[in-house]
Design a protein around this ligand. Structure first.
Ligand code: SI3
Length: 290
């Protein structure tokens, strides 16, 4: 499990000026983060605009990220889709590309029952021979997985962990205590230290794309028992995240990377873009990072 413990940027998906997947920018983004000591990458998740990509683009993204990583880090493919068959197809691509694990949000939109959601995950681990990390993200999926629900997955060997993008830290503590050998990723970057305190082994986050070094440092300090030294870093990143939340997190992240010399293009429509005023506000907030 060691290879899953640490900091995993939830990779943004870069596009070029024609709105096509930009492999060169992906390489720049991954190389910058590898130098900062990340443990690996979460590919094609919410931050990666998974549901705004075509099927072939998603497969290309998995392939490109694997080629760029070239065995230097741990790779987790987010394969979530509303359709079980579609998700399994993405899972098979991840397997062919040599990913270390797959992960999925709960199927959403139709208000599936928990037994249906459970069957979705068990179909996936039955069809794709890779360990599964359940992705609990009520904010976007509309599905809240309780500690008991999560236990129904973690009691099976094929489920190795949970990515918990929820501020229900009591639930996190409950499933981590019940299954201490499973790996738990904190999802909300602005509550990273809270997650570590409640048992998370690391984190998967969007703001790691441009400030992974802060999370690598906090993670190291906490492992060394130096929580009080990590707290000012969490405060510092939260000042930035608060500004991002005001203007739109993903839009701001792409804008910041451009300021850092990695042009990831715009978000896919219907997402809009930052106004000039918002861009200046973001620049003023993060300029000390450059
Ligand atoms: O799958 C993913 O892209 C993620 O890991 C998402 C990640 O958990 C982000 N959560 C949401 C709801 O977008 C966070 O990193 C989030 O952007 C950050 O904490 C700011 O709120």
């Amino acid at each position: 499990m060691e290879k899953f413990k640490g900091i995993f940027p939830a990779l943004l998906t870069p596009f070029d000026e024609n709105n096509r997947f930009n492999e060169k920018a992906l390489e720049q983004l991954m190389e910058m983060n590898l130098k900062k000591g990340v443990r690996g990458f979460y590919v094609g998740g919410s931050t990666g605009e998974a549901f705004l990509l075509s099927e072939s683009e998603r497969k290309q993204l998995y392939r490109s990220a694997a080629q760029i990583a070239n065995g230097r880090c741990t790779l987790i493919a987010h394969i979530g889709a509303i359709s079980t068959d579609q998700a399994a197809e993405f899972g098979r691509t991840a397997l062919e590309c040599g990913y270390d694990a797959i992960s999925s949000v709960s199927p959403f939109y139709y208000g599936f029952t928990f037994p249906e959601i459970k069957q979705y995950y068990f179909d996936l681990v039955g069809q794709v021979e890779l360990p599964m990390i359940v992705y609990n993200i009520p904010k976007y999926s509309g599905v809240t997985l309780s500690a008991d629900n999560i236990g129904e997955f973690l009691s099976d060997d094929r489920f190795i962990g949970v990515k918990h993008t929820s501020n229900d830290y009591f639930a996190m503590e409950q499933f981590k205590s019940a299954y201490p050998d499973k790996v738990v990723f904190n999802g909300f970057d602005e509550m990273f230290l809270a997650g570590l305190a409640m048992g998370a082994d690391g984190g998967i986050g969007s703001t790691y794309n441009f400030m992974a070094e802060k999370f690598v440092k906090m993670h190291t300090l906490v492992k060394e028992g130096r929580l009080s030294e990590a707290q000012p870093i969490q405060k510092e990143v939260n000042r930035i995240i608060a500004a991002l939340i005001k203007v739109g997190v993903l839009k701001a992240e792409k804008a910041i990377l451009k300021m850092m010399g990695i042009d990831c293009g715009a978000l896919r429509k219907p997402f809009g873009q930052l106004s000039k005023e918002e861009e200046s506000y973001v620049y003023e907030t993060v300029k000390n990072l450059f």
